[in-house]
Design a protein around this ligand. Structure first.
Ligand code: AMP
Ligand code: ZN
Length: 466
């Protein structure tokens, strides 16, 4: 099946032809690690996870290499450390693990390249400083960069392709952007490749003195080191197109690398029609939602119900609808066996520039048609392509399952059985009400009491019980 993808570089959908079908390569800019990922940060992770799954399906899981980096050297991290009095390494290690946990909770597979130092998922920028220095030296040697006052700057006007990705001219960019004018810059557009560090700031020895890299160079150096001279897909959010991706292209092209063939960008996420921002009080992290009892798969489903190139609106209504749908689907998938034969129409929908809304509407149709065991197996296999149901076991998502809750719920069910055996129906009703108000579906029969988590299950309503 041919995959077509919208390429930001050419502004059109193109047939995707990998450079090497034995090793399809994708790079997605990862997070700067100083705080919890907010809901918007999960969008590129989920979108490119679906692409990763599709590529693995089409080319075989062992033939796809996916790199996503951790930016663990950045002035925002330094500022956080100074403010909190904590060690930088402690902050970045903690935040990286939060990110991995939160993204696992929304069903994202780990990228395939791990950190070279500690073999944890995702390579960290600070492990690639030597490669960044080599690249900066090369850019200076080729006349595309210059050192001044402990800084190294990229000479933007030395690269004629600058601005092509985002479709702007250098002069427009100067007019529209908040470019920093500094005495060590030849031109206000020039951006930092290397800057000096004082004794309190993390730094590495270099020909230009002790310093640290600017942000953009890490992606160029890491993509080159981990994926080679040329690779297939580079992804990230729309907001990264300029300046970050323009700068990555300028650096890599001027160093003589072919760099990425396809550039893909997801649109931004909003909340109830408004930009998510702390001042509007509608800012929340992925962990906030998980802690409120919103299962990761619901977050994922809502994200995928909008095409990645459209702005996406997170609403309470969508969350509720997603929970209801997944509840029904989970029931159907109960007892289904895992296999690798998804419905071709759904593969085709995803192959058409990741048309996840169409994939979901086809899944609704397949759900309505699934009568036989074979159809249920296929339904489950198809869901896996969009990353739903990987952790379903006997119809219960492990992500929602929590030992404490199970003990609590079993304990209440046992008390109901006991109350009924003593004909204490008032107590039995009261306990049942506790469960139903927490969204648990309870069935009382002569054989006993059974329960399962309903679509509105809210574990916080069980707090204080035991
Ligand atoms: P940052 O840590 O801000 O560099 O962002 C990490 C990733 O999340 C980048 O790919 C951003 O483009 C993406 N991102 C940030 N905010 C949003 C948002 N509101 N909606 C969608 N993606 C976002
Ligand atoms: Zn990047």
């Amino acid at each position: 099946m041919t995959i077509t993808l919208y390429n930001t570089r050419t502004r059109q959908k193109e047939a995707f032809e990998p450079i090497d079908a034995e090793n399809v390569r994708m790079y997605v800019c990862g997070p700067t690690v100083y705080d919890r990922a907010h809901l918007g940060n999960a969008r590129p992770v989920i979108v490119f996870d679906v692409l990763y799954r599709l590529l693995r399906h089409v080319y075989g899981p062992e033939h796809v290499t996916y790199v996503r980096n951790f930016t663990d050297v950045d002035d925002k991290i330094n500022a956080r450390a100074a403010k909190s009095g904590r060690e930088i390494g402690e902050i970045t290690a903690e935040t990286s693990q939060w990110f991995l946990d939160d993204m696992a909770a929304v069903g994202a597979l780990e990228p395939s390249i791990r950190d070279q130092d500690n073999n944890r998922a995702m390579p960290r920028a600070t492990q690639y400083i030597a490669q960044m220095i080599v690249m900066i030296e090369d850019l200076i040697a080729k006349g595309h960069a210059y050192a001044k006052e402990g800084h190294v700057l990229f000479r933007v006007r030395s690269y004629e392709g600058y601005g092509k990705l985002s479709g702007r001219s250098v002069d427009d960019m100067i007019a529209g952007a908040r470019v920093e004018v500094a005495p060590f810059k030849e031109d206000p557009m020039d951006f930092v490749l290397w800057k000096p560090s004082d004794a309190q700031t993390p730094g590495w020895e270099s020909a230009w003195g002790r310093g640290r890299p600017g942000w953009h160079i890490e992606c160029s150096a890491m993509a080159h080191e981990l994926l080679g001279e040329a690779f297939d897909i580079h992804g990230g959010g729309n907001d990264l197109m300029f300046p970050h991706h323009e700068n990555e292209i300028a650096q890599s092209k001027c160093a003589g690398h072919d760099f990425a063939n396809f550039w893909m960008h997801n649109e931004m996420l909003q909340v109830e029609g408004k930009k998510m921002s702390k001042s509007l009080g509608n800012f929340f992290t992925v962990r906030d939602l998980l802690d409120q009892g919103v299962p990761g798969e619901v977050i994922r489903f809502v994200m995928l119900s909008t095409h990645y190139r459209k702005p996406m609106d997170w609403t309470e209504k969508k969350r509720q609808e997603a929970a209801d749908t997944l509840w029904k689907w989970k029931k159907l998938a109960e007892g289904a066996e895992r296999q690798r034969r998804p419905h071709l129409e759904v593969v085709a929908a995803l192959s058409d520039d990741l048309n996840t809304p169409l994939a979901i509407s086809l899944l609704h149709q397949k759900f309505a048609e699934a009568q036989t065991q074979e159809e249920r197996n296929r339904f489950l296999a198809t869901l896996s392509l969009i990353g739903i149901g990987d952790d379903w076991r006997d119809g219960v998502a492990v992500s929602v399952e929590n030992a404490f809750e199970t003990v609590t719920l079993d304990g209440i069910a046992n008390k109901i059985v006991e109350a009924r055996s003593q004909k204490d129906f008032a107590l039995s009703d009261e306990l049942r009400n506790v469960l139903t108000s927490a969204g648990v579906v309870v069935q009382i029969t002569k054989e006993g009491v059974s329960w399962e988590r309903g679509p509105n299950f809210d574990p916080s309503k069980l707090e204080g019980l035991k």
